[in-house]
Design a protein around this ligand. Sequence first.
Ligand SMILES: Cc1ncc(COP(=O)(O)O)c(C=O)c1O
Length: 405
Amino acid sequence: MYLNSIKITVRTSYKSPIVCGSSKALNHTFLLGFDHSKCRLKRQIGFNFVLLHLIEERTVTLFSIIYDRFLLSTKKKRYRKSGIKDRKIGDTPLIRLFNYSSRFDRLIYAKMECENPTRSAKDRVAQYVLNKAIQEGKIDENTVVIEASSGNTGLALARLANKMGIKCTITIKDKVSATKISDLKRLGAKVIVCPSSAPRSSEENYITKAEHLEKTLEGAFYVNQNFNPDNANAHYHSTGPEIWQQTGGSITHLVGAIGTGGTLSGTARYIKEQNPNVKVIAIDARGSVLKSFGDTGQIDEEDTFSYNMDGVGKKFIPSNVQFDLFDEIIQISDLEAYQACVELNESEKIYVGHSSGAVMQGIKEMVHSCPRNACVVGIFPDHGSKYEKSIFDPNWLKKKGFISE
Ligand SMILES: Cc1ncc(COP(=O)(O)O)c(C=O)c1O
């Protein structure tokens, strides 16, 4: 009843569950801190506190517009020529997967990249790349940031470009979840949806389209995450040091999904510089060309086919995939990754995306060969909420043949 009269935005993050909103009627903004233990909301209006009981957490998610969107839509945007240092990016938790650790009798940890502001590892890349471009004078207030993205990089760039007061255009494949596309638009980006089937040679291909914009659009800055070394450098300077510190240098195996290659290559480069004996296991999507190229130096066209997993695998070889840093490449199918997501949710009570499921499945396949004192760290790239209209939607699963009636 109270909530009906107000516009409310919600952020239920691992670090700081919080709800923010504004009320035109009452002419104020307010904060609500969600208290999980007591299952109630603490509401602050000016200096007054009102306690509001909730029947279940789901009630809050009805108003699920992220806190940042509220700030972005209300703050006057101006170009930030000093760049952005966003304290919400990075320093993500490393959590012990207790059930898997005891089941496999080895320490298994997950680096929870869904705890970044747009709920993926790509916030790190967006921040690093844009700040570097500002320092190098490649960006000014007339810039349009361009990127071809499976969704997560686009979201991270759209959010930061919006904060910086510059425009952003994202080209995206039509297989990407509808949730990601609507999120991009809400963050102020222009979205160009391209057919997933369009080959690289076609004008309709999402990367070709972004390259075309780079050439033809005045003020375009093309991030080019597949070939821009600052993608991997972002992780070399943040994810790598964090994991090294969080494990106290005891990590023995690093497992991560590869798409552009930036996350795993950058992280692995840092970790191997600290201890060259750490084994790095790359997770590719079944149907992608990365494993065959990494293993043999040749692309096995016969084993290349389309798949659903967002962000993992490729049909070409990005320079950010640094094969020399990987000790093994494992391919995981859409179905195996989906099943691992469900199992993670049931067994560890964590809600993560399709590629995190692939990483978990990869860990399950390799962990038997690790010594008993191994410390295995999997990088879990994004959050399950991004897949509510795909792998967490029973109708979608039926349509794709992952489950029967
Ligand atoms: C959900 C998801 N998982 C994994 C990856 C792969 O990460 P990277 O591109 O750093 O190799 C991506 C990349 O877009 C992604 O969006």
